[in-house]
Design a protein around this ligand. Structure first.
Ligand code: FAD
Length: 465
């Protein structure tokens, strides 16, 4: 029985809610496999505050898909997506504009291409409606309604999963590559020597460095919030620059507190200490503790590099605070991305940015993974996820919570090298490291595609529609 506001008789095999990047990619990938899809999209009847176009797969902000270079994590993810016949990657190629190393598009040409492909597909029926409740039907339903999911549907999801499992804002601190920390200044130690010393790296500051750090932070530009993003910060999660503006000593009594962090060999005490906490099970990335920030990215780079030990910091993720509806997927989803505790005939899947992946490319990739998972279920196969060495596999492991350290909260992430295991042997250079990781990922995906029993993925790309 239908419990939603969906009014049409449902003849499809799968219902998808949200024709954004993830929803379009996954609907198309299912449809190309011969699976019929009903795709619900609220535009133009209703719109989020950021969506303005008539078309599906709208890029709400930048027109860039970031680096197209496969020696870069996001570039390699794109290469894998092309190999897995991504509609969004085809559209980006069709609509691309010159942008150096990056893949940037004419957003109207891009979205129009996707819209036309979706509407023309014989296995996709588009329904124009704002879905208020996840329908109760004997078939897979996918919710891909994005970071600005319509409020009534968000409320309905909360009723299913509980308030603690959905967040509406990101307040994230930068993450840096462990190899870029300068241990001539930085040292391992946990506060008061409680716990594992190697879980924390400490970057000490003397009085003048600290004063300069605060001065630069206060002079720097923050990203201005859009009106619908105006935030009422929780005291426990204030942006660093907001805390710094309350007085020169505030950070020394907050996230940059030096107590219990005397140097383990010299016993030297410092004026302030910026702590970094191990971010992943591989120990290849560290998080700048308590440094959530709205500073613009070039300012983050410049100002954090003023801290001794971080002079050469390579940022895997920048700090940000913005509107973002996302779920605590490691707790609520099964490894195939469907909600736990559902009847096997009524699986509810989640895809796209709301699963805690960040960005256009990552959200699209999530749509591909969910399509592969549903296709496997409908044909009676077990879902076989791309291997951990691939970017797609790393993204899947992130969503499943396989990379989080114990007792740590799930945080959204874009694709970075930190989501794949480090090379077995220590490479000679940064360049060599990337080459090793990229070649390993390519080989792993090739093997996986050869062994994979999903006919769609085994048809040569020349045969693509
Ligand atoms: C203000 C803002 C700026 C951003 N800037 C960037 C950027 O510059 N670069 C970047 O990589 N990422 C950016 N992002 C993140 C970006 O939005 C996502 O990465 C990407 O669009 C997510 O894809 P998605 O398919 O999960 O969701 P979306 O692309 O948002 O698609 C969701 C779709 O679901 C529809 N929908 C929502 N609720 C319902 C409902 N109840 N019923 C029916 N339809 C519904 C929406 O209308 C929309 O079409 C930004 C996000 C925001 C909010």
């Amino acid at each position: 029985m239908f419990m939603s506001n969906l009014t049409k008789e449902v003849m499809s095999e799968v219902i998808v809610i949200g024709a954004g990047l993830a929803g379009c990619e996954l609907s198309y990938q299912l449809a190309e496999r011969g699976i019929s899809v009903q795709l619900y999209e609220m535009k133009p009847t209703a719109r989020s505050p950021a969506h303005v176009s008539e078309h599906f797969a709208e890029l709400v902000c930048s027109n860039s898909f970031r680096s197209n270079n496969p020696m870069n994590a996001v570039g390699l993810l794109k290469e894998e997506m092309r190999r897995m016949k991504s509609l969004i990657m085809q559209a980006a190629e069709h609509a691309k504009v010159p942008a150096g190393d990056a893949l940037a598009v004419n957003r109207d040409v891009f979205a129009a291409f996707i819209h036309a492909r979706i509407e023309a597909h014989p296995n996709i029926e588009v329904v124009n409606a704002c879905v208020k409740k996840i329908p109760d039907v004997d078939k897979p339903v996918v919710c891909a309604t994005g970071p600005l999911t319509a409020p009534e549907l968000a409320q309905n999801i909360i009723e299913k999963i509980g308030t603690d499992s959905m967040a509406f804002y990101d307040a994230i601190a930068p993450i840096i590559d462990a190899d870029s920390i300068n241990f001539e200044h930085a040292y391992f130690k946990s506060r008061w020597d409680k716990g594992e010393a190697r879980d924390y790296v400490n970057c000490p500051m003397d009085q003048s460095t600290y004063a300069a750090f605060i001065r630069e932070m206060l002079a720097a530009d923050a990203v201005h919030a859009k009106s619908f993003e105006e935030l009422h910060y929780f005291e426990g999660c204030l942006p660093l620059e907001e805390m710094a503006s309350r007085g020169i000593e505030t950070l020394r009594f907050g996230p940059l507190k030096p107590v219990g962090l005397a140097h383990p060999e010299t016993d030297e005490r410092f004026h302030a200490v910026l702590q970094l906490r191990k971010e992943n099970v591989h120990g290849t990335a560290y998080n700048l503790v308590g440094c959530q920030t709205r500073l613009k990215q070039p300012d983050q780079k410049r100002i954090f590099r003023m801290v001794p030990g971080l002079e050469n910091a390579r940022f895997l993720r920048f700090g940000a605070i913005h509107r973002n509806t996302y779920l605590n997927t490691p707790d609520i989803l099964q490894p195939d991305f469907s909600l736990k505790d559902q009847l096997s005939t009524q699986p509810i899947y989640f895809a796209g940015q709301m699963t805690g992946v960040e960005g256009y490319v990552e959200s699209t990739a999530s749509g591909m993974l969910v399509a592969a998972s549903i296709a496997a279920r409908l044909s009676g196969r077990t879902f076989d996820c791309p291997p951990p060495e691939t970017m797609l596999g790393g993204l899947a492991r992130h969503v499943r919570g396989e990379l989080i350290l114990p007792k740590r909260a799930y945080e959204p992430s874009n694709i970075t090298w930190a989501l794949v295991p480090p090379p077995e042997k220590r490479p000679k250079s940064k360049k060599q490291r990337k080459e090793i990781l990229a070649n390993r990922a390519r080989d792993a995906l090739t093997l996986w595609l050869q062994q994979h029993d999903d006919p769609y993925l085994n048809v040569s790309s020349d045969e693509m529609v």
